[in-house]
Design a protein around this ligand. Structure first.
Ligand SMILES: [Zn+2]
Length: 78
């Protein structure tokens, strides 16, 4: 996961989270991201669904439909 920042820059926090493969700056949806932007473990995808890129999410989940860690995380929340 890599952050896309809005007009407020990094100080304002991530505007959208994208999935990037490897160390490239290109998200799965095709958007070029700042290589210095904050990154997170992909297991945290879904923590902030309102900030998650829908295109990246669809592509990411199709590629890795099973996220046992995330599933466990959601169960703990309920
Ligand atoms: Zn994206």
């Amino acid at each position: 996961m890599r952050a896309e920042y809005g007009p407020g820059g990094p100080e304002a926090g991530a505007k959208t989270w994208h999935i990037v493969s490897g160390d490239t700056g290109r998200a799965m949806c095709g958007r070029e991201l700042d290589p210095g932007a904050e990154t997170r473990e992909p297991g945290r995808w879904g923590e902030q669904p309102e900030l998650s890129c829908h295109t990246c999410g669809a592509l990411f989940l199709r590629e890795a439909p099973y996220l046992p860690d995330e599933h466990r995380y959601q169960e703990q929340q309920e």
